[in-house]
Design a protein around this ligand. Structure first.
Ligand code: AP5
Ligand code: MG
Length: 217
């Protein structure tokens, strides 16, 4: 199965499409955001520091996220990874290449989800997630079928993210443009980049992502 990176600003729809690929193709979502949110509830000093950084909308240090991804990759067999929110810096991109190389795996595609900043505030402030399985919902564009109950796993632990405020979003966007957007050129130069329209409805974005994987996988 192909290995793919979903690249895009906060609210672009990376998590939404990653979950879809898991359901439809049995691929494996590796979201550093989800891993860090799990770490922050661990009650450790590291978890507390990570929480502060995330809530401000800043990036966590490269070493921490590279360590998290390295652990997950070495614990898994085969491929079919969806990298969601990783890499976010050139250093992380180089580390990922080295990790995949060591496993005899390669990157097949990088999908840039292009959106208009103007839609992101509404997407982020309307989002809620399942604290149990990580499914992603939205007050208006994708509510749960039964209010208060996760469609995917039945959990009632639906919550907002602490960094889903307008203020933290500004910082997250700034971090994206400063540190992550250079990856667009980096992967273009490697011949791996495809851009899809992230403003389309979720099914249309899903179809565009699927078409890229069918072509490149
Ligand atoms: P992370 O969890 O990765 O957050 P993010 O990149 O800011 O992206 P989001 O999860 O906010 O958006 P998404 O693209 O997944 O959109 P979603 O599908 O949910 O990272 C959080 C923090 O962790 C970072 O700020 C940083 O501190 C730290 N971190 C993580 N990784 C790191 C790394 N590698 N290095 C350093 N630090 C790291 O969709 C958003 C909403 O829109 C949802 O409500 C959804 O229902 C809705 N929606 C989705 N698609 C559509 C559509 N097509 N039409 C209408 N609505 C849609
Ligand atoms: Mg996400």
């Amino acid at each position: 199965m192909p290995n793919v990176i979903l690249l895009g600003p906060p609210g672009a729809g990376k998590g939404t499409q990653a979950k879809r690929l898991e359901d439809e193709r049995g691929m494996v979502q590796l979201s550093t955001g989800d891993m860090l949110r799990a770490a922050r509830t661990s009650g450790t000093e590291m978890g507390r520091r990570v929480a502060e950084v995330m809530d401000r909308g800043e990036l966590v240090t490269d070493d921490i996220v590279i360590g998290l991804i390295g652990e997950r990759l070495s614990a898994s067999q085969g491929g079919g990874f969806i990298f969601d929110g990783f890499p976010r810096t050139l250093k992380q991109a180089d580390a990922l290449a080295a990790l995949l190389d060591r496993m005899g795996q390669r990157l097949d595609a990088v999908i840039e989800m292009q959106v208009d900043d103007a839609v992101l505030v509404a997407r982020i402030t309307g989002r809620y997630i399942c604290g149990s399985c990580g499914a992603v919902y939205h007050d208006t564009t994708r509510p749960t079928r039964v209010a208060g109950v996760c469609d995917a796993c039945g959990s009632t632990d639906l919550r907002r993210r602490a960094d889903d405020t307008e203020e933290a979003l500004k910082q997250r966007l700034l971090e994206y443009y400063k540190k992550t957007s250079p990856l667009i050129g980096y992967y273009y130069a490697k011949g791996l980049l495809t851009t899809v329209d992230g403003l389309a409805d979720m099914d249309a974005v899903g179809a565009a992502v699927a078409a890229v994987l069918d072509r490149r996988g």
